[in-house]
Every structure is written in structure tokens, then in C-alpha cells.
Design a protein around this ligand. Structure first.
Ligand SMILES: Cc1cc2nc3c(=O)[nH]c(=O)nc-3n(C[C@H](O)[C@H](O)[C@H](O)COP(=O)(O)OP(=O)(O)OC[C@H]3O[C@@H](n4cnc5c(N)ncnc54)[C@H](O)[C@@H]3O)c2cc1C
Length: 497
């Protein structure tokens, strides 16, 4: 790679070449909505040091970080309210080396966190991005704590070898960031949908954003840079079909603005993309789920097995719930029953994602004194279910499992036998909660183009980005990624001359 000057030239050349390829006037003709990039307007409608697109976790964290350094921010949000997927998420945040872990004698470190992240991502993640997450995570935890965020409980879920999930109430955390941003003078432009990046055709630098507001086209100028934090594209069936066709048929539970607008805007400027084939749905939801709080339970990480409609297991239940999701979506009716006993139900009670009271209250979980009776209730062959549990229990005794299960979750815990009545069955499926792949950034949250050069003036953070997760996902690292990289992007923009 060349020096900064070379990079700029390459970027400019790319813009010229692209422009020539499709005709310079069509590519940079400003107001025409059919065009990929907008040219510099005669006058900005508003201008600030930094323009941020999307007021979810990443956008709010970036806005607070920039504005607290006395730099001006315009924050565009397509919806009438802030929050995006961050607001409705499960509130698990992955941090290591915290005081909370220390108080529970959990030994964790950046090294172990890095190792776990690479392992769960099957080494398909970008090492420098994983390192950036790990290097900046503890400081972000402390920053949030100092701002007043309450961390409620430690938990251990997908991909963790020690309890590392720090539970928050997402609405509380986001309100703290929103209030701080407002107090620092961030200009919130609600119901304002960014549609194109404005690129200076002479330099190739991203200079602002074209957006739709109140039926009008408006231009927001950014003196230092534009940060894209517009989240994922789970609601855009066309994009899902393009990258991960099976997911276009999966149910989704995400913020209403998750259409991939920012991804397309960055793509149009030549941004590279990463991890798209690994977009997966999360297993553990009720078949008609409305919220993660009330309609989701991970009993399989407490020791439940998962069986299909034939009463047979089909997966090692301790692996990432996204890989479990892959396995479940190809079973009959794209579902599986979490089968467990009284001991596992009790163990789940102390875990935010193991509690079943709400699902039981709604009649979504069946229970019975015997496995035979349970099988009849859920319409599965009693002989098959009894044989499956018998074989599983025998495997627990011998330490040999037909699907290679050795732990409760990832490298943690020992599975026990399913033998204490009453028995339970929770019919579950997988929902897309986010598109964990996206625009490629570097470790400073600068957007990288398809030739490996950074795109001047363009930064991205949160779910819109790819590279941190790789092939699968550790719980708490998506919301974590939004907050950590939102701040990182802000710091990088502020460091620009
Ligand atoms: C039900 C659920 C549970 C989850 N649980 C967890 C969990 O426990 N732990 C975890 O780590 N992750 C979890 N995730 C994933 C995680 O919440 C998200 O990946 C992360 O919060 C995304 O943050 P973000 O700021 O990048 O995007 P978002 O929070 O989605 O914010 C993006 C914002 O951009 C706005 N926007 C979009 N397009 C435009 C546009 N053109 N112009 C202006 N604004 C625009 C959107 O309206 C939205 O407000 C969960 C997700 C869901 C849906």
C-alpha cells in the first residue's frame, strides 16, 4: 500500500474511472435519485464538523464522543424515534476484565477474549478488527459506567469460555447517551432519511450526505467526515436474497429502519464488504415471537437438548445459537423443540435468557409428568422421544455424545442427564436479529474500498460493518461492536486535520 498521497490519488482515480464507466454526468448529477453518489451542492442546507447517519447505539455513542470534544454534530435518523435495533435488543454486552467479573471471581483477559472471538468466528474474522474490539472494550465499559449505565448481571452465552455477558437495560443505556448528546448540542434531525453520500468529484472525498426530509431533498455538509451508523439490512429481502438466499425466507425481529440504506450508499462509493455469507438467524425464539424479552429462551445452554418433529436430535446444542439456527431451519417446519427437565428449568431461573415464566404464562411451553405424555402433547412419537433422551442420558454417563456435545455452552459447563420430572418442551425457531456482515472498515473505523484503500471522509460503525464476527457470533459483541466502534469512529474523525 502506498502513502497517504498515493491513497488519495488512487481514490480519486477510482472515482474518475467509475464515473467514466457509467458516464460522468450521470454519476455526479446531484439531485437525481437514480444516481449512485451525489455531487457537491451549491450550498449545504446545514453543515457541521461531523454528520452521523442513524441514531442507534453506534450513532449515539459516536455523537456523544464527538460532541463532548466540542465539535458540532448533525445526527440523521430516518425514524421518528431514536434507538433502532439497539433499543429492542437483549441488552447483553461482551466485555472482559471488568470489576463485575472480578467481584464474581471470573478470570478473564483481553487475550482470552481475543482467542474466543477468533474461535467462534472460525478465524474468518479480520484479526485487526477483533483486536480493535478487544483493545477498546474495557475503556468503553468504564465510559458507560461513568455515564450512569447500570450493569445488572453476568452471563455466559454463545462463544464464551467464561461469563462475559454484562446485562443492561437497552432503553436505559440509550436514554443516557441520547440525553448526553442533546446536552452537548448534537442536532438531531429525526424522520430524515439519508439516501446518498455527497462526494467531491475532484478529490474523491466524502463531504456530506443527501437526505429526504419532509418530502424535500436536503444536503448536510460534514467538515471532518461522515459516520455511517445506519444498522443492518434484515428487512431488505432483495439484499438478503443477494448475499444469503436462505435468510430471505427467515423471520426477522429488528428495528424498523433496517433496510440497508447506508450499506448501499457506501457500496456506491466503492466500499468493500465482509462476512456476508455468514449472516444467520438466532435459535431460541417462540414460533410467533414478538420480543426477545418475553419470547426467547436458551434452555439448551442450561442443558436442554433440541429435537425435531421426529423426536430426534440434530445438532450439538452447545455451539453458537446461530449455527444451531442453521441446523434448525432445515428441519421440518424450520423448528425444533427444546426438551428439558425440572432441574434445567430451575437452573434457567437465575439467567436473563433462561427464564421461562413469560412463555409458560402464554401457554407456549408444554409440560408433563412423563416423556411419553410430553411427546403426545407436542405431536411427536413417544417412542422416538424416549429413545432420544435415553441415548442422550447414557452418553452423559459415558462422556460420549452422538453430536459431540461436551459442554453446556462453548467451552463452559458440564451437561447433565434429563431425568427429573416434570419434563418440558418449548417449540422454538430462529429469527434474524441482525446482519452481522457489512461494509469493511479498518481498525480505526475508516471505510475500506474494494482496492484496499480507505475512502477519505467516510467512517462506519455498528451493524452496518463486517469483519468483527467472522463465521459465527459471540453474544454481546453486536451491541458491543456498535458502542465500541461508534466511539472509535468518532475518535478517528476528530483526529483528522
Ligand atoms: C431482538 C434483538 C436482540 C438482540 N440482542 C443482542 C444482544 O443481547 N447483544 C448484542 O450484542 N446484540 C444483540 N442484538 C444485535 C444488536 O442489537 C445490533 O446489532 C446493534 O444494536 C446495532 O446497533 P447499530 O447502532 O449499529 O444499529 P441500530 O441500533 O439498528 O441503529 C441504526 C439506526 O439507523 C437508522 N437508519 C437506517 N437507515 C437510515 C437512513 N437512511 N437515514 C437515517 N437513519 C437511518 C435506523 O432507523 C436506526 O435507528 C440484538 C438485535 C435484536 C434485533
Amino acid at each position: 500500500m502506498g502513502d497517504q498521497k498515493d491513497r488519495k490519488l488512487t481514490r480519486r482515480d477510482f472515482v474518475k474511472v467509475t464515473a467514466l464507466g457509467v458516464g460522468a454526468t450521470t454519476l455526479f448529477a446531484g439531485l437525481d435519485p437514480r444516481l449512485a453518489m451525489a455531487k457537491l451542492p451549491k450550498k449545504w442546507d446545514q453543515e457541521a464538523d461531523v454528520v452521523i447517519v442513524g441514531a442507534g447505539g453506534a450513532g449515539l455513542a459516536a455523537a456523544v464522543q464527538v460532541s463532548s470534544q466540542k465539535k458540532s454534530v448533525i445526527l440523521l435518523e430516518k425514524m421518528p424515534t431514536y434507538g433502532g435495533s439497539s433499543l429492542i435488543c437483549g441488552g447483553a454486552l461482551a466485555f472482559a476484565g471488568t470489576d463485575m467479573q472480578a467481584s464474581e471471581n471470573v478470570k478473564d483477559s483481553n487475550e482470552l477474549f481475543y482467542k474466543d472471538l477468533m474461535k467462534v468466528g472460525e478465524n474468518q474474522n479480520v484479526p485487526s478488527l477483533v483486536k480493535a474490539y478487544v483493545d477498546n472494550q474495557l475503556e468503553t465499559y468504564e465510559w458507560l459506567k461513568k455515564a450512569g449505565v447500570k450493569f445488572l448481571k453476568l452471563g455466559i452465552y454463545s462463544g464464551m469460555s467464561v461469563p462475559r455477558s454484562h446485562q443492561v437495560v437497552p432503553a436505559d443505556l440509550l436514554k443516557i447517551l441520547n440525553d448526553a448528546a442533546k446536552a452537548h448540542g448534537v442536532k438531531f434531525m429525526m424522520e430524515t432519511a439519508a439516501s446518498r453520500l455527497v462526494v467531491d468529484e475532484k478529490t474523491g472525498k466524502v463531504r456530506g450526505v443527501q437526505a429526504a426530509r419532509g418530502g424535500k431533498t436536503v444536503f448536510y455538509g460534514a467538515k471532518k467526515g461522515v459516520i455511517l451508523t445506519s444498522g443492518g439490512f434484515s428487512l431488505n429481502k432483495d439484499l438478503l436474497a443477494k448475499f444469503v438466499p436462505p435468510m430471505a425466507f427467515s423471520k426477522a425481529m429488528v428495528g424498523r429502519g433496517c433496510n440497508g440504506d447506508g450499506l448501499k450508499m457506501a457500496w456506491a462509493t466503492g466500499a468493500d464488504i465482509k462476512d456476508m455469507p455468514y449472516i444467520k438467524a438466532t435459535f431460541g425464539f417462540d414460533l410467533e415471537a414478538q420480543t426477545i424479552k418475553d419470547d426467547f429462551a436458551l434452555l439448551f445452554y442450561q442443558g436442554a437438548i433440541i429435537v425435531n418433529k421426529d423426536g430426534k436430535r440434530f445438532v450439538n446444542e452447545s455451539i453458537s445459537y446461530k449455527l444451531v439456527g442453521d441446523a434448525a431451519l432445515v428441519q421440518k417446519d424450520a423448528m425444533g423443540f427444546q426438551i428439558y427437565d425440572a432441574a434445567i428449568r430451575k437452573a434457567g431461573e437465575s439467567d436473563p435468557f433462561g427464564r421461562t415464566a413469560s412463555l409458560e404464562g402464554k401457554g407456549r411451553i408444554q409440560s408433563a409428568a412423563t416423556l411419553k405424555e410430553l411427546a403426545q402433547k407436542i405431536g411427536v412419537s413417544a417412542d422416538a422421544l424416549e429413545a432420544t433422551v435415553r441415548e442422550y442420558n447414557a452418553g452423559v454417563d459415558k462422556g460420549i455424545d452422538a453430536f459431540g456435545r461436551k459442554t453446556l455452552v462453548a467451552a463452559y459447563g458440564k451437561p447433565g442427564k434429563i431425568e427429573q420430572a416434570p419434563y418440558y418442551a418449548f417449540p422454538s425457531t430462529a429469527y434474524i436479529l441482525g446482519t452481522y456482515g457489512g461494509i469493511l472498515i479498518n481498525e480505526k473505523a475508516q471505510v475500506v474500498d474494494i482496492f484496499g484503500q480507505t475512502i477519505p471522509g467516510l467512517y462506519a460503525a455498528g451493524e452496518i460493518t463486517g469483519g468483527v464476527h467472522g463465521a459465527a457470533y459471540m453474544t454481546g459483541t453486536a451491541f458491543g461492536k456498535a458502542l465500541i466502534f461508534g466511539r472509535l469512529a468518532a475518535k478517528t474523525v476528530l483526529a483528522q486535520k
